[in-house]
Design a protein around this ligand. Structure first.
Ligand code: MN
Length: 134
């Protein structure tokens, strides 16, 4: 990856999942910052302006669905790609997640090969249109 590494905020309340996700992303050259609930995620998104957020859905303090809605409703953070990471497998969950404004959805357990491909896909989409004029 040339130039400044892309910054990914990983929001996850399970230590094992957090470690796995961090390892995968760092291995692929991303800068990783972490939060363990939705409240912290919103604060870090505003302070650090990540390129992409991987958001666990089931978390204490503030769940990922609520945090995603807040981030996507705020002009300061709405352009950050947010991907839900969830073990939900019920009918309608995908629809609920996309309705909340998430850009995509990844199911748990994490597929270590699929994860970096999805992250990369959204980062390319995000930087393509304007060749990063800012
Ligand atoms: Mn969780």
């Amino acid at each position: 990856m040339a130039g400044t590494p892309k910054k990914v905020l990983v929001v996850e309340d399970n230590a094992n999942n957090l470690l796995l996700t961090k390892d995968i992303l760092r291995h692929h050259g991303y800068e990783v910052i972490v939060a363990c609930n939705g409240h912290e995620a919103i604060r870090l998104a505003r302070e650090r302006n990540p390129d992409l957020i991987l958001m666990d859905i089931q978390m204490a303090v503030m769940d990922g669905m609520t945090a995603g809605r807040i981030l996507k409703g705020d002009p300061a953070t709405r352009d950050i790609k947010v991907i839900a990471v969830t073990s939900f497998a019920m009918k309608g969950d995908r629809e609920r997640i996309l309705e909340a404004g998430f850009d995509d959805y990844i199911a748990k357990p994490l597929n270590t090969r699929e994860l970096p491909l999805i992250v990369k896909k959204h980062l390319v989409e995000a930087s393509d249109p304007e060749r990063e004029t800012a």
